[in-house]
Design a protein around this ligand. Sequence first.
Ligand SMILES: *Cc1c(COP(=O)(O)O)cnc(C)c1O
Length: 366
Amino acid sequence: MDSYEKFNLKEVINASGRMTILGVSKVSNNVLAAQKFGGEHFFEMSELSIQTGAYLAKLLHVEDAQVVASASAGIAQSVAALIGKGSLYHAYHPYTSSITKREIVMPKGHNVDYGTPVEVMVTQGGGQVVEAGYANMCSPEHLEMMITEQTAALLYIKSHHTVQKSMLTVEEAAEVANRHQLPLIVDAAAEEDLFKYIEAGASLVIYSGAKAIEGPSAGLVIGKKDYINWIRLQGKGIGRAMKIGKDNILGFTQAVEDYVRNGSEDGESMKSRLAPFIRELDEIPNVTAKMVQDGAGRDIYRASVQISGPKSAKEVIKELKEENPAIYTREYQANNGIIEFDIRSVNQAEMKKIVARLSEIMNEKF
Ligand SMILES: *Cc1c(COP(=O)(O)O)cnc(C)c1O
């Protein structure tokens, strides 16, 4: 009996992309093996944390690295670290009024909700968000004018969730930080490039374990050695509520290594996996299927399916989710009668199930 059956859950086919509400991504056998070793053995945990960090730091050409429970935990602990600066008193009294240098300056257009507001994580770390610029713009001058004696760090969120136009770059934020001798935290949770934000001058960069890296539930903070040490100290304080297990530390470290070595699936591979899927979709009545590239121009290809009645695309999307397996698609174009299938986390057997279910829906008699 598998867990779907045991707990009376629907099998989910995720053709929507990397979605936290569906569990984000699947892990490879290589990663599972590392998790299994972690689950079956004991470790000196502080050494496990330091040595996996050192291993990742070497791989990523940074001073140091720390595996944490999630990118969100990475934000909270980075903020706490840069406020406490290695003080054990602070780790034990993270919200003490005797420490007043707590302001975290960030572009207003970056103060987004990615599932939880960025501000909640900053506050959890003891920081006070100070917004710079306006809803639709933030220049280096806007950022700089909000810096005071109470500023502990600058924060930059690199994400499709944020306002994109008229925003300063990471390089520009780093220049401002340097001029004021302040650390710059970059939250790059879902980004694919593990090198470029450190190269752009960030002091700490944060990634989410299960997004681009396709690891188990985890997060990664890379950057300056002192700051990473201060983050480790949070394990005696707020970090304890964000503890990560030995199985996921090892599984995630393996996932980063595999990701750096192999990258993610490239567009050519997606195209060749998509071709037969699209041919089969296209044979379903009232369905016209074609291949489209990601709207933001990334090297991602998807099946775009035009529904030409009698059901609307919205009805079809709803019906795809209703049965077992529940099939989740990209719904952004539903108003135009289009359903998109993202196959990054879909294997061949699942594509067969999608074709079968969609033909069932389109062939139903009224
Ligand atoms: C997903 C995301 C996070 C949180 O990542 P978790 O690992 O789920 O905590 C933080 N910031 C941004 C911009 C994200 O997209």
